[in-house]
Design a protein around this ligand. Sequence first.
Ligand SMILES: [Zn+2]
Ligand SMILES: [Zn+2]
Ligand SMILES: [Zn+2]
Ligand SMILES: [Zn+2]
Length: 343
Amino acid sequence: MYRNKCAACYRQFNRMEHLVEHMRTSFHSGHEPSCGICGKHCRSFESLREHLIGPLPKQECRDVFAYQGCRFCLKVFDSPNARRVHQERCQLSGLDAGLIARFANLGLRDNLSMGRGQQVVALACKMVGGGSDGSLDLCARVCIIDEQENIIFHSYVKPPIPVTNYRYETTGIRPEYLRDAMPTRVVLRKIQDFLCNGEPMWKIRPRAGGKARILVGHGLDHDLESLQIEYRPEMLRDTAKYPPLMKTSKLSNSLKYLTQAYLGYDIQTGIQDPYEDCVATMRLYMRMRSQAHRIEDYPLASDPQNRNNFVSWRQSDLERMTPEQMLEISRSDYYCWCLDSYI
Ligand SMILES: [Zn+2]
Ligand SMILES: [Zn+2]
Ligand SMILES: [Zn+2]
Ligand SMILES: [Zn+2]
């Protein structure tokens, strides 16, 4: 019989010292996605989905989930009826195609005004091609929205070097749209000032009363680089790099996949508008932020105050603990977005 079973992922070990070693390196916490039926912690929603839906699901959990589980957020409800009522709200619908088409030449906003307090905004770009083979990504459209999906900024951008491929089939961008568009250096200054919101860059970090804005997006490094924007990594919420939303292989999922799997609708079907990507990333962010997780004083293993990350404990003390006690002192190695609801 195995007695040394991890209280989070239920892996079993022959020897207590192996379980201790496992706990030191796995950073289990209440912020991990977990099965609503057996309580098993998973590294990502994708591995939780596999645990519940298959190809090789845990049988008991699959049977309950089939009748009472929401296939978008993976929560489990008391009855099939409660599930049905929930799932109708959990599945969102996409944006009106006519609305998106109108953005191609109308409704541009470029003044970037918004309330003063710290707020969350989502940014997305659409890229055209530069360089001799057109493979260099250049931002030609950028959109920023607020938490309520209102457009704060939506503009064409004139790249600093010549465009060699407009990628019309997906971007819908024609040369004349960019001819008199705002140059990248102007856009970059406007957006950077808007994000910092009056705070000096070196002072910016997520905290109560801070004025700088939290920036949501998908593949933000690439978007910011193409606009030459510098911003504090602590303020980025990237759906491509957030561990619970990544593949079990630790690679990024596409935004198209995440929107289909977690929100239940299709995006990027024809000509793409950055507004649609902004809305999808903001909705994913809101869903992750609204998760009800236990509140801890120092939730991160990397918090300097945190003595609970196994480093300060003696091996012999750890080996005397129960698996539950070890889970109790274990902390997350990533910043869970539920923590944003306290700032
Ligand atoms: Zn484990
Ligand atoms: Zn959390
Ligand atoms: Zn389970
Ligand atoms: Zn749901």
